[in-house]
Design a protein around this ligand. Sequence first.
Ligand SMILES: Nc1ncnc2c1ncn2[C@@H]1O[C@H](COP(=O)(O)OP(=O)(O)OP(=O)(O)O)[C@@H](O)[C@H]1O
Ligand SMILES: [Mg+2]
Length: 226
Amino acid sequence: MSLTKGLFVTFEGGEGAGKSTQMRLLADSLSARGYRVLTTREPGGSVGAEAVRHVLLSGAAEPFGVRMEAILFAAARSDHVEEVIRPALRKGIIVLCDRFMDSSRVYQGVTGNLEPAFVETLERVAVNGVVPDCTIIFDLPAAVGLERARRRAANDSPDRFEKEQLETHEKRREAFLDIAEADPERCRVVDATRPPDVIAAEVRELIEALLPRLGEPGPPNAEAAS
Ligand SMILES: Nc1ncnc2c1ncn2[C@@H]1O[C@H](COP(=O)(O)OP(=O)(O)OP(=O)(O)O)[C@@H](O)[C@H]1O
Ligand SMILES: [Mg+2]
């Protein structure tokens, strides 16, 4: 099934909130119904961005400060948008992305204490008009998410961001909720403490509501500035 114009959905929230799990479930369900679906993730998702991902998640850029990290995230995002996301949307593909610009607003902006104007400028340059049609924010207490993430990766050491204090993770939860409140058209908050299948049903319903609209002719909604 081809949409006249793709649909761009991003999955956001703290560590262990179930973003990757739910993205997979939604992709399977849409693919089974014949939709063309692309799943991708940040940081990464394109050849250039995956190269930068390692630098960011290993903590190699951390000593150079949060501005440096934020610029690297933006560089990776720009490559991902131009090489992968925009071309897929143009082909009418549904793009599901595990973390996107809201993670930068929260991790580098709010808990990284970067000036809002700096974060906004980087965002504008990196997304270059490719704003998500829908952002699903998976909400749960930080302690629950961290425990899930740790159990999953029992043998791995925590990455650059996982190892931060619980208080920082709680601040991020609040920041994601603030984003949702400020942009209710784009963002939907989902209670991520429930069983995966219950959450998946709600996510399917949310996306279902957006699919018919895309079949209608009208102004493109994901590339407004391009
Ligand atoms: N609704 C749920 N209830 C209980 N456990 C869950 C639920 N959803 C996912 N999990 C489990 O919690 C762990 C984290 O889930 P997942 O990897 O999907 O989260 P994530 O948001 O992608 O995390 P990260 O930010 O670390 O990438 C996994 O082991 C997963 O199986
Ligand atoms: Mg994940």
